[in-house]
Design a protein around this ligand. Structure first.
Ligand SMILES: Cc1ncc(COP(=O)(O)O)c(C=O)c1O
Length: 478
């Protein structure tokens, strides 16, 4: 291990080395089994006599922090951290000199994905068991050859051109979005897309609107940019356009499958939203999340396809269609914005990791993406129908009403009579029976929370769904 030691003249050198190594062991920077540098090397590095180092190591060894081992020099012992009280050096740290802006105190990283359960109905999880890992490994390996890597210059901030072409073709075919590679910008998922759009279009203090209940990360992100974010109610047709407050410059919506309720935004509402945007010189961010998994019903074309005025910024993600850990998504922007978005991306992180973009371009071009989508659509469709038909059985329908939906990887159900607090207790009892479900009330922020549950089916097999739902039903009874 390389160690960093400084001398400030306040104590002798042997003591300084001893104290700093001891502090490093106590706070975990040096862990049991880590080898200290050979005394000769450290003496040379610090410009001190070897005896100075030997003295410090002996003192550490005397207190049990390190032990000399034949062949591996001086090594941190496994008892060192627990058995010794912290020294004054470790305790006398000054108070924080730097503190984050107050808003960071209100944002918590959501870590629900670290839980595990026998019956996992959490939303936002995709089934990765059918992913063609072998093909992806081949494409990733190709992207890491000397030939592909080339001179290792940075890539294009807008994204790898063959990937932008592949995305443009894919969404033209699957969603009717007419675009070309020049209008596509590759991002690290939807979340970065919203970040770039916010920075390009809005100044601190500007107003943006989001759905309430809605998907929380974009709201939090816009707030972190100093934007005044307001929640707008949704009804069975989607966002209530008439409720958008005056002065709003940008609206973020999920028309394909409202998150979290799951209904499709009606054609009338889409037209009204577009008209509102035209009249108010505002932007629409259309998050087409989940739209790939449509099981029945007529496809309602994205708002982007109706836009003649350049007001819609269309956002897509590969998080649920491939893997969330790859952090791959894209923006399709009107010509007036695309250059600024590329520039914002460049300022932010130069570009999305090129090997992942290259692998994805191959994955789409070879038809593997379309095949994977078809397979997953069949798989999710089965789970969707099973959950919806079970929820319609009288024993469930007495408690819950499923929100009609024909797309996506989760279904929402509102409570017939229970309050949000009662639903919370149902979910807690279900948790004790090995079932995890998300509460609908978590997704409201300005408006009174709605009581209900969300049934994600990305992480539960069709075989486990009946038992999972039965355990949930038993949790209604107390
Ligand atoms: C509404 C919505 N949009 C987009 C995403 C995907 O976000 P990202 O691409 O940043 O992973 C999610 C993920 O759960 C989502 O719920």
């Amino acid at each position: 291990v390389d160690v960093h030691i400084t001398f400030d003249g306040r104590v002798g050198r042997t003591t300084a080395i001893y104290q700093q190594l001891r502090a490093a062991v106590l706070d975990g920077r040096l862990r049991p089994g880590d080898a200290l540098p050979p005394t000769r090397d450290l003496a040379e590095q610090l410009g001190v006599a070897r005896a100075t180092i030997v003295g410090a190591y002996e003192q550490l060894a005397g207190e049990g922090f390190v032990a000399g081992r034949r062949g591996s020099g001086t090594v941190v012992t496994s008892v060192a951290r627990h058995d010794v009280a912290p020294t004054t050096t470790a305790r006398s740290k000054p108070g924080p000199a730097l503190t984050p802006r107050p808003m960071w105190g209100n944002v918590r990283i959501s870590r629900p994905f670290q839980q595990t359960a026998t019956f996992d109905f959490r939303t936002g999880l995709a089934d990765t068991s059918h992913f063609p890992f072998q093909a992806w490994r081949r494409l990733s390996a190709q992207a890491m050859t000397a030939h592909s890597v080339g001179n290792a210059h940075y890539g294009d901030p807008g994204g790898y051109l063959p990937l932008r072409e592949a995305i443009a073709r894919h969404i033209a075919v699957s969603r009717g979005v007419m675009t070309d590679a020049a209008s596509v910008s590759v991002t690290n998922g939807t979340q970065q897309a919203v970040d770039l759009i916010g920075r390009v279009l809005l100044a601190p203090g500007d107003r943006a609107a989001v759905e309430d209940p809605g998907y929380d990360p974009p709201r939090r992100l816009l707030q972190s940019l100093g934007i005044d974010v307001v929640g707008v109610p949704v009804d069975d047709q989607g966002l209530v356009v008439d409720a958008i407050p005056r002065g709003t410059k940008l609206v973020y919506v999920t028309p394909a499958h409202q998150y979290p309720l799951g209904m499709v935004m009606s054609p009338g509402r889409r037209a009204a939203l577009l008209e509102w945007a035209q009249q108010n010189h505002a932007a629409i961010v259309e998050d087409d999340y989940d739209s790939e998994f449509r099981f029945s019903g007529r496809t309602v074309p994205p708002i982007q396809t109706l836009d003649r005025d350049g007001r819609v910024i269309y956002v897509g993600s590969f998080s649920k269609t491939i893997l969330p850990t790859l952090r791959l998504g894209y923006v399709v922007a009107p010509p007036s914005l695309i250059e600024a978005l590329h520039t914002a991306k460049w300022l932010s992180d130069w570009h999305t990791a090129l090997p992942a973009q290259q692998a994805l371009a191959g994955f789409i071009d070879e038809g593997l993406f379309a095949r994977h989508l078809r397979a997953m659509r069949r798989c999710y469709e089965q789970r969707h129908h099973l959950i919806v038909s079970t929820l319609r059985e009288p024993r469930f329908a007495e408690h819950l009403e499923a929100v009609p939906s024909t797309v996506g990887i989760h279904v929402a159900a509102t409570a017939r009579t229970a309050t949000p607090d009662e639903m919370y207790r149902v979910a807690a009892r279900a948790r004790d029976r090995g079932v995890i479900v998300h509460l609908l009330s978590w997704f409201s922020f300005n408006r009174p929370p709605r009581a209900g549950l969300l049934f994600g089916y990305g992480a539960i097999s069709v075989e486990d769904i009946p038992d999972g739902l039965n355990h949930l039903l038993a949790s209604f009874g107390g």
